[in-house]
Design a protein around this ligand. Structure first.
Ligand SMILES: [Cu+2]
Length: 328
C-alpha cells in the first residue's frame, strides 16, 4: 500500500500538495521578513522613515498582490480538481488553467470512456463500472489504468458519507439526492488506501476501500474478467459450496452474476475472490478470513447489515468460503 501522505505522481493530490507547500513556504518567508523588520525597528537607531511609502507598499500593494495571486492559484487548482464549469470571473480563471489541466491529463473530456459510479452504503462501497456497453459491479475496490483520468460519480441513498483517497485526490462528500463528481488519476501503478471521511454511523471507522492503479494491460485483463459471469464450480467441493450458498439465503442479499443469486442489499460477489479486502477493508481476503466473516461478521464489524451464518457445519462453511474465493 502506498503511504497515505505521499501524493501520487500525476494525481490531483499532487496539485493540492503543491498548493499547500506554496502556502507554507510563502507564509514562512513572509513571517521571517516581518520578524526581521520588527527586530530592525526595535534595535536600530531611530531615524525618520517615509511612512507613506511603507504604508503604500508594505501595507497595501504587497498584501493585495500576494493575496490576489494566491486566490487565483487556489481557485485554479480547485477548478482543475473538479473540472468545475465556472461562469463570469470564474470562467476566465478556468480558461487560464484549462491548458495546464489538459497538460496534466486531468481533463475528463478524453476520459469519458470509463465511468464509475460509487455508492456509499452503511458501511461499504458499491462500485459500478460502465465502459461502453459493458457494465459490471464490485465492492470496496476501484481499479484504474495508470496515466488515465477516470471520472467517478459519487452517490448515496442512506446518509452523508465522504469519499477520500488522500494520496490521489481531495475528499468529496456523498449526499443523498446529489451526484458529485471526482476525477482520479495516477501515473504509476500502485495500491492506494481510502476511507469514508464523514461520520456515517456505528461502523464508520470500518469503511475503507482500495484503489489499485494498474498498467493499461493489467487493467484491460481485469476489466475483461470482471465483465464475465461467475465461473462454474470446477469440482465437487466448490459445487457443494455453491449450493450451500444458495440454500443459506445468501442470494437474497448478494448477486452472483450467472447464478440465481440476485440480491442487492449486500456487495456483488461475482468476482469476490479477486478483491484485496473483505467487508470494506476489515479483513485481507483469503479463504480463512472469508469463512470467519461469513460465520462471525457481527463480532468483526458489529451492527453491519449482514447476519452471521449460523446454520453451516464446518464442511459446508469451508465449501462456501472456497467457492467464493474461487470466483476471480
Ligand atoms: Cu462514514
Amino acid at each position: 500500500m502506498e503511504p497515505t501522505w505521499r501524493p501520487a505522481a500525476g494525481s490531483s493530490a499532487s496539485l493540492i500538495h503543491e498548493l499547500s507547500l506554496t502556502m507554507y513556504v510563502g507564509c514562512t518567508v513572509i513571517f521571517l521578513l516581518v520578524m526581521a523588520l520588527l527586530l530592525y525597528a526595535v534595535f536600530s537607531r531611530p531615524r525618520p522613515v517615509r511612512a507613506r511609502l511603507w504604508l503604500a507598499v508594505g501595507g497595501l500593494a504587497f498584501p493585495v498582490t500576494v493575496l490576489v495571486a494566491l486566490l487565483g492559484y487556489s481557485v485554479a487548482v480547485g477548478n482543475t480538481l473538479n473540472n468545475f464549469q465556472g461562469q463570469g470571473v470564474l470562467r476566465f480563471l478556468l480558461d487560464c488553467v484549462s491548458d495546464a489541466s489538459r497538460a496534466l491529463g486531468l481533463s475528463t473530456t478524453d476520459a469519458a470512456a470509463i465511468r464509475v459510479e460509487v455508492k456509499a452504503r452503511q458501511w461499504w462501497w458499491e462500485v459500478r463500472y460502465r465502459i461502453g456497453a459493458e457494465e459490471f459491479e464490485l465492492a470496496n475496490e476501484l481499479r484504474l489504468p495508470a496515466g488515465r483520468a477516470v471520472e467517478l460519480e459519487l452517490v448515496t441513498e442512506d446518509v452523508i458519507h465522504s469519499f477520500w483517497v488522500p494520496s490521489l485526490a481531495g475528499k468529496v462528500d456523498m449526499i443523498p439526492g446529489h451526484r458529485n463528481r471526482l476525477v482520479l488519476k495516477a501515473d504509476e501503478p500502485g495500491v492506494h488506501g481510502g476511507v469514508c471521511a464523514e461520520y456515517c454511523g456505528g461502523q464508520h471507522a470500518l469503511m475503507g476501500l482500495v484503489v489499485v492503479v494498474e498498467t493499461e494491460d493489467g487493467f484491460q485483463r481485469w476489466r475483461e474478467r470482471q465483465a464475465r459471469d461467475a465461473a462454474a464450480p470446477g469440482d465437487d467441493f466448490l459445487a457443494q459450496g455453491r449450493s450451500a450458498f444458495m440454500r443459506g439465503g445468501c442470494g437474497d442479499c448478494h448477486a452472483v452474476r450467472g447464478t440465481e443469486a440476485r440480491g442487492d442489499l449486500g456487495p456483488d460477489l461475482t468476482h469476490v475472490g479477486s478483491r484485496h479486502s473483505l467487508a470494506a477493508g476489515v479483513l485481507t481476503n483469503h479463504v480463512g478470513t472469508m469463512a470467519g466473516w461469513i460465520a462471525g461478521g457481527q463480532a468483526l464489524k458489529p451492527g453491519n447489515a449482514m447476519p452471521d451464518a449460523r446454520d453451516y457445519d464446518g464442511q459446508e462453511l469451508r465449501a462456501v468460503a472456497a467457492w467464493l474465493e474461487s470466483l476471480r
